[in-house]
Design a protein around this ligand. Structure first.
Ligand code: KG4
Ligand code: ZN
Length: 333
């Protein structure tokens, strides 16, 4: 069964054709990064307008590149939430029209569940049950995934998401948007332990996160030390990134031990950070835990993960009609 997957929850207009929830036939992503870079973050109104311009060409390109015909598409999946309402509306309304016109089933996909489904697009994925972190610009959630449809939320951020912290620190250092890739690159040349930024672990046994203290501490350091040279920025980047890695690694390993689970997965935009995944893997392997990470090109928002989750939903007859609407916030369990 070939599914058209559409994603438009934030600043990427994306579409993909995926066969049987597994084989990616095409995957097209139109990024709005250059537009939002000027403002140091995503401007929701601009995002909606750019989705409107991009959606039809992106879907057409995905169909063309897939090598299959329009009649071969047997279902449509689109992100219903969480995300920016105006942005979501563009992709979801397009998907509704497409499904209605072609008389196809429509899956309204949860963006966070879809990030976890990037794991199943790879050859090697964790056996159930496993612990999965979804870490992006909007979320830092730890789930205990017991089946393809059951995601128990163990913890989440109480303030900033990890990706958001990367973006805000990047803005403080005038390094542009998005912050993750540039901070990771700069950090490579420096000793991560040179500056001791705080690690917030919250109450004993909690799997929640808090990155606002770290963010404020970096802001104070940048201000007090008048950081402006690239060399000094790289040092701040390395020590900030290390603080994030320490907290995430400890929480994930603790969650795996708590649930007596041998497998940990990291998904979402921040999972593209190799320093994070390599250090987590080293620490986890020491106590016999495995770490799974999707291919880098599938860590950020894409249509293939929406199609993969949508395939499962359509199989289970978990479908939407024209009355269903998008949602901005929601838990997935
Ligand atoms: O999943 P995603 O593409 O969109 C959302 O659903 O938010 O994640 C985007 C986030 C941004 O905050 C970006 O800075 C972060 O992922 N990111 C990274 C890296 N690449 C992207 N963070 C750390 N290291 C990276 N290499
Ligand atoms: Zn995302």
């Amino acid at each position: 069964m070939i599914i058209l997957g559409i994603e438009s929850s934030c600043d990427e207009t994306a579409a993909a054709l995926v066969e049987d929830g597994k084989n990616i036939l095409s995957c097209v992503v139109a990024s709005q990064i250059d537009t939002h870079d000027k403002y140091g973050g995503v401007v929701p109104e601009l995002a909606s307008r750019m989705h409107i311009e991009a959606i039809a060409p992106v879907v057409s390109e995905a169909i063309e590149k897939s090598g299959v015909g329009m009649d071969d598409i047997q279902g449509v999946a689109a992100t219903r939430g969480p995300g920016l309402i105006g942005a979501l509306l563009v992709g979801f309304s397009f998907a509704k029209s497409f499904a209605w016109a072609r008389k196809l089933p429509l899956a309204g996909v949860n963006h966070l569940e879809a990030h976890i489904y990037t794991l199943f697009l790879s050859e090697k994925y964790p056996p159930f049950p496993f612990i999965s972190l979804v870490v992006s610009g909007g979320h830092t959630n730890i789930y205990y995934v017991t089946s393809p449809d059951h995601f128990e939320l163990l913890g989440q951020t109480r303030d900033d998401a990890a990706g958001e912290a990367f973006d805000k620190v990047s803005k403080m250092l005038s390094l542009g948007y998005p912050g993750g890739p540039v901070i990771e690159t700069l950090a490579k040349s420096k000793d991560p332990d040179a500056i001791k930024f705080p690690r917030t672990f919250l109450e004993k046994g909690s799997f929640d996160f808090s990155f606002s203290g770290l963010k404020s501490s970096v802001a104070r350091y940048v201000h007090d030390h008048k950081i402006s040279e690239m060399d000094d920025k790289a040092q701040v980047a390395a020590s900030f990134q290390e603080a994030v890695i320490d907290v995430i690694s400890k929480k994930l390993i603790d969650a795996a031990i708590f649930k007596k689970c041998k497998d940990i997965a990291v998904t979402g935009g921040v999972a593209a950070n190799q320093s994070l995944t390599e250090k987590l893997r080293t620490r986890a392997q020491k106590i016999g835990l495995n770490v799974f990470v999707p291919p880098k090109e599938l860590c950020g928002d894409n249509g293939a993960m929406i199609a993969a989750r949508g395939f499962r939903m359509i199989q289970q007859k978990n479908v939407c009609d024209l009355c269903h609407d998008v949602f901005s916030r929601a838990r997935i369990d």
